[in-house]
Design a protein around this ligand. Structure first.
Ligand SMILES: Nc1nc2c(c(=O)[nH]1)N[C@H]1C(S)=C(S)[C@@H](COP(=O)(O)OP(=O)(O)OC[C@H]3O[C@@H](n4cnc5c(=O)[nH]c(N)nc54)[C@H](O)[C@@H]3O)O[C@H]1N2
Ligand SMILES: Nc1nc2c(c(=O)[nH]1)N[C@H]1C(S)=C(S)[C@@H](COP(=O)(O)OP(=O)(O)OC[C@H]3O[C@@H](n4cnc5c(=O)[nH]c(N)nc54)[C@H](O)[C@@H]3O)O[C@H]1N2
Ligand code: SF4
Ligand SMILES: [Mo]
Length: 704
């Protein structure tokens, strides 16, 4: 058929940045999608995509998706004009901030912002412009410990090393399940292929996880670890590196501070000391260390399981330490630094690093970092009266009622606000508390450039995607909505430029600008351009004041007392004896993709995985309902009895629970499941970084 046309772009659902090819027809200015496939000519993803990309069509066509601003009235939700919406928001925010102070406005930013070209550029100036310090985001229910470690050790929170997966001979994965998540803080489209390639070239993949995940199943070795004991394991491996006199700093020898402090600290964590606590034998730990050291190149990569836990800060610090001391830092096959075409670190000078903890949160004394306070404390900041209390909120592409610890408490908090605004595409568990919802264009309606994830990519590539669908007259992009709000509140837009103008400037000023890279060139290369493998970049790109890698920043050493308590006074929780961990599913992304019928068809995936011995002790049989409870609440869901989880540990999916009244995600409601965050605890954080400790939640289980 001759009228079939093709649109090339990147899928922007997750961090993998897969190139896709969308076939469509066009009649009377209306485009109809025929197919979505992986783009074989994308130099990075080479045709790979996952089932979620197909749902981009569903999100575009979704009848539940909001397309005009709506306002809550006594007679229910009513459509209003953008102008009406902006002026009411302007009036309310201004009145509340004048009465109670600037910090009376709270801002919460969710995960899709990181995948949204316009907002990735506009949110920082927008948030600053609103004059409040009460800013929160999903970063602190996720990767904050990575930013803190990079900040202290390398001089900037965004200077984060990524595993050189395509050249490594040994990959140690701690608390990550990239085969399902498609990689995180490691943009590596088609990651399963990249992992298998390690094995094909004679290398080894080792997974450390309390659950035998899909990644663990394909790996050469899987070690079950007790939740939240990763810092002990990492220290113990580092101990072995020193003990066997295998510290190899290579080209970094003159550029490392704090080696002696690390060596001395590591003395306390011999494999024999930590083994029982970690649940991995001393022999296995020693073998792991010597395997890593024997490999031609090796890298330790640790993710969600090792950051959203009470020792997340220490884990991310020790991951970098291990890569440095084992001689695998800034080196082919080790942990390396991407050089993105839009370089977020352009112009940054040494010693500028953010003043961590310059402010402390009012109620729980948690650190402000990277322009925000930890989300775990948001509910308390709203519910606790006093000077500085949050009275009004705006959520932007976030669903913290389902995604943040103790979501039910957050729902109560949102309900108590004087006024709330949500910039979102759905009427969901969070946005239902808003007084006004402002729906943005999404997915295929937006142009796209990945501002953030090129900075974490395992190869340097670059790509711009134009919008496929033209937005209708009454629609606005997220960044245009932010400008509308900013203008109504402050009298001027957040930024007077379009995202495309900023991109073009940055490309020209960036590391490939001299080679003629600009937006025009990207438009001529719809599949993207390959810029080559990662290259060694240190010490030149270090941004610490000393110009060196800071291996032993004092705040980490100060946190060791807490780690030592794990060994010397281990606590047993008799009331809540199980440890709850989360899991991700292939066909859902966090809380928001469940309104796609093709993604939620089939058996309900929201089950509680439990070990056969535990199930037997509790008298639970396959498929029977169990109640999971903690001090914050309880949920009831069917059990799935499996040896894939460690005894004493239970696992349930994150991102579910679309069963609430007054929401409108009709497809999602048919397979609602329950929300894990009805039982996680807002007061369980990593005190070092303030990151939520979503994994390892102590819970009780009994038959329903
Ligand atoms: N227990 C537990 N909790 C977790 C996790 C876990 O592993 N376990 N994972 C954590 C992690 S890693 C993360 S990142 C967070 C995510 O936490 P959140 O970011 O709060 O949750 P999301 O589901 O990503 O919410 C996305 C929201 O954005 C809306 N949306 C989607 N697309 C668009 C768009 O184009 N524009 C606008 N304006 N809105 C849009 C959706 O409707 C939805 O309301 O959850 C965290 N919570
Ligand atoms: N399909 C799909 N893909 C996604 C998402 C999704 O919802 N669905 N979400 C995206 C987002 S926002 C993110 S941040 C990434 C996350 O990407 P990953 O970190 O790769 O994904 P998780 O599945 O959260 O992996 C965490 C692993 O840690 C394990 N774990 C839990 N507690 C511990 C512990 O104490 N120690 C150790 N060692 N392991 C532990 C869990 O069993 C799990 O296997 O995935 C992204 N990709
Ligand atoms: S892995 Fe799937 S969701 Fe992630 S970018 Fe690729 S196609 Fe999209
Ligand atoms: Mo995330």
């Amino acid at each position: 058929m001759s009228d079939i046309q093709t649109h090339y772009r990147n899928c922007n659902i997750c961090e993998a940045m897969c190139g896709i090819e969308v076939k469509y027809t066009e009649h009377e200015n209306k485009k109809q999608i025929i197919s979505i496939k992986g783009d074989k000519k994308d130099p990075f993803s080479k045709g790979h995509m996952c089932p979620k990309a197909l749902a981009l069509q569903d999100f575009y066509e979704d009848e539940d998706r909001l397309r005009t601003p709506i306002k809550k009235t006594a007679d229910g939700w009513q459509e209003i004009s953008w102008q009406e919406a902006f002026s009411e928001i302007g009036e309310k925010f201004t009145a509340i901030q004048s009465a109670y102070g600037k910090n009376a406005l709270g801002i919460y930013l969710g995960n899709p912002n990181a995948h949204n070209f316009g907002n990735a550029l506009m949110l920082k100036p927008f948030s600053k412009g609103m004059g409040t310090l009460n800013r929160f985001s999903s970063a602190s229910t996720d990767q904050m410990p990575h930013h803190v470690a990079a900040n202290y050790m390398l001089g900037n929170g965004m200077l984060i090393p990524v595993p050189d997966i395509d050249r490594t001979d040994f990959m140690l994965i701690i608390g990550g399940n990239p085969v399902v998540s498609n990689g995180s803080m490691m943009t590596a489209p088609g990651v399963l292929g990249r992992l298998t390639a390690i094995q094909k070239r004679g290398g080894k993949v080792v997974v450390v996880d309390p659950r035998k995940t899909k990644t663990a199943k394909m790996a050469d070795q899987h070690l079950f670890i007790r939740p939240e004991k990763d810092a002990l394991l990492l220290f113990s491996i580092i101990h072995c590196v020193f003990e066997s006199a295998n510290v190899r700093l290579g080209h970094l020898a003159e550029h490392v501070n704090g080696l002696a402090e690390v060596e001395s600290a590591a003395k306390d964590y011999a494999p024999e000391v930590v083994a029982d606590h970690v649940g991995i034998s001393a022999e296995e730990i020693r073998a792991l260390a010597s395997d890593m050291l024997a490999a031609k190149s090796a890298v330790c990569y640790s993710r969600m399981g090792a950051s959203t836990q009470t020792f997340g800060g220490l884990c991310q610090w020790l991951t970098i330490v291990l890569n440095v001391v084992s001689g695998n830092f800034d080196r082919e096959g080790g942990a390396m630094f991407p050089l993105p075409a839009f370089n977020l670190l352009r112009g940054k000078t040494k010693g500028h690093a953010t003043n961590f903890g310059k402010y402390r949160s009012r109620v729980n004394n948690l650190p402000f970092f990277n322009g925000e306070f930890p989300t775990a404390t948001l509910a308390d900041e709203i519910l606790t009266p006093g000077d500085g209390q949050i009275k009004t909120m705006i959520t932007i592409a976030g669903n913290p009622v389902l995604s943040a610890p103790d979501g039910t408490k957050l729902a109560t908090a949102f309900e108590s606000l004087d006024f709330m605004v949500a910039v979102d595409i759905y009427l969901n568990e969070t946005t239902k508390y808003a007084d006004i919802i402002l729906p943005a264009t999404t997915g295929l309606e937006n142009s796209h450039y990945d501002i953030f994830f090129h900075s974490f990519a395992v190869r340097n590539t670059v790509k711009y995607s134009p919008a496929m669908f033209e937005k209708s007259e009454n629609q606005l992009a997220d960044w245009e909505i932010l400008n509308g709000i900013a203008s109504a509140v402050t009298g001027k837009p957040t930024l007077p430029y379009t995202p495309e103008m900023i991109l073009d400037n940055e490309l020209k000023a960036g590391p490939y600008g001299e080679q003629g890279l600009d937006l025009e060139k990207l438009k001529q290369h719809p599949h993207g351009i390959d810029l080559g493998p990662l290259k060694p970049a240190l010490p030149e790109r270090l941004l610490t004041e000393s110009g060196k890698i800071e291996l032993a920043p004092s705040l980490y050493l100060a946190d060791l007392e807490r780690l030592n308590a794990l060994i010397h006074s281990p606590a047993k929780n008799t009331q809540f004896p199980f440890e709850l961990i989360g899991r991700r599913l292939v066909k859902s992304h966090n809380t928001w993709t469940q309104n796609s019928a093709r993604l939620v068809k089939g058996k309900n995936p929201v089950t509680l995985e439990i070990h056969p011995t535990d199930a037997e002790n509790l008298g639970l049989s396959q498929g029977q309902d169990a109640v999971v409870s903690s001090p914050s609440g309880s949920v009831t869901l069917p059990v799935s009895i499996t040896e894939d989880v460690l005894a004493g540990v239970v696992s349930m999916p994150q991102g579910w629970g679309h069963n609430q009244k007054d929401t409108q995600m009709t497809v999602a409601a048919t397979q609602a499941g329950v929300s894990i965050n009805d039982v996680t605890l807002a007061n369980r954080v990593d005190p070092l970084t303030g990151n939520a400790a979503l994994n390892g939640t102590p819970v009780a289980i009994h038959a329903a």
